[in-house]
Design a protein around this ligand. Structure first.
Ligand code: NAI
Length: 479
């Protein structure tokens, strides 16, 4: 191995998604000479930073969720406020152009941040050829264009959609989540395989715009990772706009006369359905197969996730891996926090990620959000708990907003009163959950929250009332 003096870089980050670009910026802020290599090409054919999250994930989906929500409000809910919008029109091309603008502003923003922090951005495909060497090749020609020598490497190569053999993506009628964000017209009928976060969010977008959406989900329970009561509430509510078929496994899909014909199996046997478009949203897999050869000794698990310790160090000491390519939920914020932790470690500082407090959010309407343990998890672990919940129908602000659906539920340890989990199904749950994460990070008890003053009238007051309800002291509901 070369001596560190002859090395060109302190850190090379592979991947400029929310894990990689954040790691690169923090490394540079800490005085490390940092390069970030990324091969992403957007659908206009340009190099683009930000990875899946910015280009074809979190950001474009939220842009379309916002537009479609506004359309639905104008279409169905304005009348309750005494506003009529009788000649309402929707233009998918404008909606898509706005979404593309949001994406391009944000990806250009990363370029600006890189420049401001002196992170050198390199476009190309990176392969680790030795523990201190990264070969860069052109994504198009596959020819070697550069070789970097570095002291530390951070792998942040993200994940890709899982493909189904029985329904190959042909990018016209059978599409993946990226394709479902690019549709130029509203399909009359839309089938989605998988009722996870992606299926529910994309299903919400197109159903609000007028599509008849059917979700085919293999699992018996709806959102099995969520708190049971919340999942049941959400299922009942979402069923009004989405046809969610559980316990249904896709057998085959074929395109005939511009329609996708599927066969799936449920408890009554073989079923058939046909859609204008079919989206495959059955999970994502780590991008760990092209970044290094086996000879390097970087270990992976049986599902191809790169094995790392609690500080994201791989089995090769100077190589780290963060984000979707390692264990844990595939969430942008989890990857970003890992990026910061690794940068601090490389700079010789102490840092850690609290893996127990990663918030989860599904951006349907109402939104589903939670952090910490669910009631079912606590009971299975034999933890004695007290539960307090408060419905939005009893919140003054929620009523004023015409957003009375849902509830907040706080789970506290029966002995210590420490908050163990917070689960919310409501409008703006994605914003409300942040205060729960903060409370739990500060190790708050239900009493601490009960003794805190919340501004009136706000949706946040429901959190206060739920904390009061843990001890049977809620004011605005019968305990
Ligand atoms: P997922 O794993 O959340 O859901 C996929 C679903 O497909 C599962 O429920 C699974 O049972 C079902 N499935 C698998 N094979 C099937 C088959 N043959 N027939 C019928 N159903 C089948 O994966 P998803 O929704 O694709 O999301 C991928 C990743 O991206 C997840 O880790 C998710 O957390 C993350 N993500 C997070 C978002 C958020 O935080 N709001 C939004 C979008 C994605």
């Amino acid at each position: 191995m070369s001596s560190s003096k002859s090395l060109e870089w302190d850190v090379v980050v592979i991947g400029a998604g929310p894990a990689g670009y954040v790691a690169a910026i923090r490394c540079a802020q800490l005085g490390l000479k940092t390069a970030c290599v990324d091969e992403w090409i957007n659908h206009q054919g340009d190099a683009s930073l930000g990875g899946t999250c910015l280009n074809v994930g979190c950001i474009p989906s939220k842009a379309l969720l916002e537009s479609s929500h506004l359309y639905q409000l104008a279409n169905a809910d304005f009348s309750a406020h005494g506003i009529s919008a009788s000649s309402l029109k929707m233009n998918v091309a404008t909606m898509q152009a706005r979404k593309d603008q949001v994406v391009s502003d944000l990806t250009l923003g990363i370029q600006t941040l890189f420049k401001a922090n002196k992170v050198v951005s390199i476009h190309g495909r990176a392969k680790i050829t030795a523990v201190d060497t990264i070969e860069i090749s052109s994504r198009e020609t596959r020819k070697k264009i550069d070789e970097l020598k570095t002291r530390k490497i951070i792998i942040a190569t993200g994940s890709s959609p899982v493909r189904l053999q029985q329904a190959p993506i042909e990018n016209n009628c059978i599409i993946d989540s990226a394709g479902a964000l690019e549709l130029t017209e509203v399909p009359k009928t839309l089938g989605i395989i998988g009722a996870g976060a992606i299926g529910l969010e994309l299903g919400s977008v197109w159903s609000r715009l007028g599509s008849q959406v059917t979700l085919i989900e293999a699992m018996q329970n709806f959102l099995p990772m969520a708190d049971k009561k919340l999942a049941a509430l959400a299922q009942r509510s979402l069923k009004k706009s989405l046809d969610i078929r559980l316990n249904a496994r896709l057998v085959s899909a074929s395109v005939k006369n511009k329609k996708v014909h599927i066969v799936y199996e449920d408890k009554s046997g073989e079923q058939k359905a046909a859609f204008d478009k079919l989206v495959i949203a059955v999970g994502r897999k780590p991008n760990s197969d092209r970044v290094f050869g086996e000879e390097l000794g970087i270990e992976k698990d049986e599902r191809s996730f790169i094995l790392v310790n609690e500080h994201c160090r791989t089995s090769v000491p100077n190589i780290y891996a963060i984000g979707d390519v390692v264990r844990g939920p595939m969430l942008a914020h989890k990857g970003s926090e890992e990026g910061i932790m690794v940068a601090e470690h490389i700079a010789g500082n102490f840092a850690e990620v609290n893996y127990d407090l990663i918030p989860s959010i599904i951006y349907t309407h109402p939104e589903i959000a939670w952090v910490g343990k669910s009631e079912n998890e606590c009971r299975a672990a034999g933890i004695k708990i007290r539960v307090g919940s408060f419905p939005f129908v009893a919140s003054g602000r929620a009523r004023a907003m015409n957003e009375t659906e849902g509830l907040v539920k706080i789970i506290a340890d029966a002995k210590t009163d420490r908050v163990l989990g917070v689960h919310i199904f409501s409008a703006q749950a994605s914003e409300l959950i942040a205060q729960a994460v903060l409370m739990m990070e500060m190790q708050a008890t239900a009493e601490d929250i009960a003794l805190t003053m919340f501004a009136h009238p706000t949706l946040s007051e429901t959190m206060h009332e739920a904390a009061l309800a843990v001890h049977g002291r809620a004011i605005h509901i019968k305990n």
